[in-house]
Design a protein around this ligand. Sequence first.
Ligand code: UDP
Ligand code: MG
Length: 319
Amino acid sequence: MSPKYSFIIPIYNEEETIAEMYRRVSAVMDRMDGAVELILINDGSRDRSLKLMRDLHDRDSRVCYLSLARNFGHQIAVTAGLNFARGQVIVILDADLQDPPELIPDMVEMWRQGFQVVYAQRSQRRQEGWFKKFTAYSFYRLLKKLADVDIPTDTGDFCLLDRQVVDVLNSMPERNRYIRGLRSWIGFRQTAIRFERDPRFAGDVKYTFRKSLALAINGLVSFSKVPLRLSTYVGLFSAIAAIIMALLVLYWRIFTPSSPLAGYTIILMAIFFLGAVQLVCVGILGEYVGRIYEEVKGRPLYTVGEVGGFVNQQVTARR
Ligand code: UDP
Ligand code: MG
């Protein structure tokens, strides 16, 4: 019989947090009004995480685990979890206890009221560096301005999803998955629940600056065509500037013989400026073309190395 609730937790080198995570999450699981499965996804950890996950599975039959064959990144790990989840209500949370599991019963309460998506919105980040806070703050605002869909600010992947929504998410074939964006794109009845983001329980942030930047670019490019249009605008602007400059030069040549535009500095500057603009535009184009390439190749999103605890044919089919 399939469980009522599925909790999905992606794990990448979290050996220090797993025990405490299990303690707090299982306390919540005990309080739920139906059967719960806890799906742990090992995203190619290089520490003892997988072993700890196996141990948990041996000790508690509600714990299932799924080990990706290498590090595929957080978004793909969550996607894998969504593919394997069997519950009616699916909750995604981080392993580092920055997303308090104690909030889940409140989210379920909202679900009972008829919402199919309940996303957690941070009202505060405790003890995170000013750089992280600043970049995250500006990114979410920029994304909100540029994106075609209304992606709520300051929401992470911590959310509750109804089975109907997960089925839609699973049917979306795209490789570049920005889950918060896809979640907004699909619609349905959505609501926010406010919470204060706690500091990480233990260990280092697994989202390095590079990974965060990649995620940010991914979010922008997947949900907005504004960057492409931007190059058109910059091109138009440069063309207008060039015409004005040409007219000015003509005017000076005719009416003031000692031209103020003597010297090649200004020419050098113009060449550098235009060169830079062109390179940036080619780069932007490349982001989109690269994504088309990724989609066209049509590789599977992830490869599974090992699973434990899933007993239905869907899993054997995927392996
Ligand atoms: N994570 C993952 N794969 C990665 C990076 C992170 O599965 O390549 C997991 C990590 O174990 C944690 C969650 O994603 O459960 C969020 O990571 P982290 O706390 O480092 O990022 P934050 O969003 O808090 O900055
Ligand atoms: Mg974290």
